[in-house]
Every structure is written in C-alpha cells, then in structure tokens.
Design a binder for this molecule. Sequence first.
Ligand SMILES: NC(=O)c1ccc[n+]([C@@H]2O[C@H](COP(=O)([O-])OP(=O)(O)OC[C@H]3O[C@@H](n4cnc5c(N)ncnc54)[C@H](O)[C@@H]3O)[C@@H](O)[C@H]2O)c1
Length: 257
Amino acid sequence: MNITDLSSKKGLIIGIANNTSIAYGCARVLHEHGCTEIIATYQNQKAYSHLKEACDQIGLTNLIEFNYTDEESVANLFNYVKEQYGTIDFVIHSMAFADPQSLHGRVVDCSSHGFAQSANISCYSLIACAKQAEKIMPNGGTILTMTYIGADKVINNYGIMGPIKACLETTVAYLANELAQDKIRVFAISPGPIQTRAASGIANFDQLLNNAHLNSPMRRTVTIDEVGNLSAFLISNMSSGMTGQVIYVDGGYFLIG
Ligand SMILES: NC(=O)c1ccc[n+]([C@@H]2O[C@H](COP(=O)([O-])OP(=O)(O)OC[C@H]3O[C@@H](n4cnc5c(N)ncnc54)[C@H](O)[C@@H]3O)[C@@H](O)[C@H]2O)c1
C-alpha cells in the first residue's frame, strides 16, 4: 500500500469558497497524490469568480454550483456525481453556516429559527450526503466532515456553532456505526483555527489564532494543507482499520484547550 497514490480514488469535495478554504487545501493535497477525479462545489456565481483561477491552478476543473437548501438539493448534486463518475470513493463535507445574529449572540438568546437553520446547513446536510453517498459507494469509501474543538469545550465567541458542532460529531459516530457494514468509514477532522472566509464571521477570531500560537504545544497554527494531508490519509487504504473518530489537527491544542 502506498499512501501517496490516490490515483484510483474518485470523489466529491463540498465547500470551496476561495483558495483559503479548508476544502481547497484538501483538493490540492489529494490532487498532488494522484487523485485527479474530483468534483468540487462552490455555493454561488459570486464565489465562482473568486475560485475559478485558483482551482485551475491545481487542476481542479470539475466544479459545480451547490447551494444546500434541503435533501433534494443534495440528491441533485449526487445525481450529477453519479452521471460523471458512476461510483465514488470519498466525500469531503466542509461547510457550515450560522446567521450573524445567532453566531454573535449568546447561546441562550439563539432563536429556534437560527438554531434550526444552522443545524440543518451545518449538520443535517452531512446526513443527507451520507444517504446519497451510500448509493454510489458500492466498494465502500470515506466520508469526512470538519468540526472544531468548540464542540467539546466552551470557546469564547464560538457561540451557537459549539452545540451545532457537538451535534455534528455525534452524527459522525452514528453514521460510522451504521455505514460500517457498507465499508464506508466516517470521520470528523477538527482543525485548529485557520483564517478563512467562514472564520472571519467569528468575532475576535484573531484572538483564537493568537491563542493557538501562544498556547498550543506546537506553538503555531496549522495550514489547510495539513488538514489536506490528514484527509489524504483517511481517504487512503492506510487508515482502513479506523472509523468514527474526531481527529484533531491543531498542533496539540486539544490537550490543553
Ligand atoms: N477555519 C477554521 O478555523 C475552522 C476550524 C475548524 C473547523 N472549520 C470548519 O471547516 C469547514 C469549512 O470552513 P472554512 O473555514 O474552510 O471556511 P470557508 O468559508 O472557506 O468554507 C465554508 C464553506 O461552506 C459553504 N456553505 C455555507 N453554507 C452553504 C450552503 N447553504 N450550501 C452550500 N455551501 C455552503 C460556503 O460556500 C463555503 O464554501 C466548516 O465546517 C468550518 O466550521 C473551520
């Protein structure tokens, strides 16, 4: 088994906003390891203008617009994937949303609508993807999502996304248990703070970055390529005996956070 050879793998990466996106780092690393059959999604035409050139640079040409609204939007996306590739080996789900009012307020003040919308987009969308992926992964595969330590510990300014990520992590555990019989392995990757478009929506995000620099055992932040490296390992056959975990790539911050 050669971990660096992902040339036999085909898959879907959801959530490229620009060349700082975690999804972009994953796509770049997978491509570097020989995975050329990747379909990647962007949310709307405005995003497309920001990412087209960057995606061209890494040989990522099969781009499709995907705006998650409900199960049907996911079914449509996977129909496209099926038309293109027939079957796939991996899905990377790298998307989350909370409206600013819910994100910036106290959890105790979050509205039912704000909570439900964030849970739907950030968590239920993974379930909808897994349901569709199961149909086109006859040989098994890997489903990855992105979480954050705010699921487990109270992190200032992370607000409602903390409970939502906790829901996501538990969803990963249940999906991993249910899909293991199909040889589909499911993981949550938990990166440390990275300056991305989504991160810029979190108040005082600079403090999280500084804290990682000052207090993580490795005394630094991580890069989107380091998240990509972990995704390559989890998609490769080298991780064949693993499923269901939350795996931190955060310079060891989880030890002390
Ligand atoms: N940046 C960090 O510090 C950090 C740390 C841990 C986890 N994460 C998680 O990583 C994932 C990716 O975020 P990122 O930091 O790369 O930011 P990003 O802004 O680059 O990516 C977020 C993506 O989510 C997509 N998205 C949001 N709502 C959507 C919808 N309704 N339909 C389709 N797509 C939608 C956006 O279009 C965007 O491409 C998120 O789940 C985020 O919570 C980020």
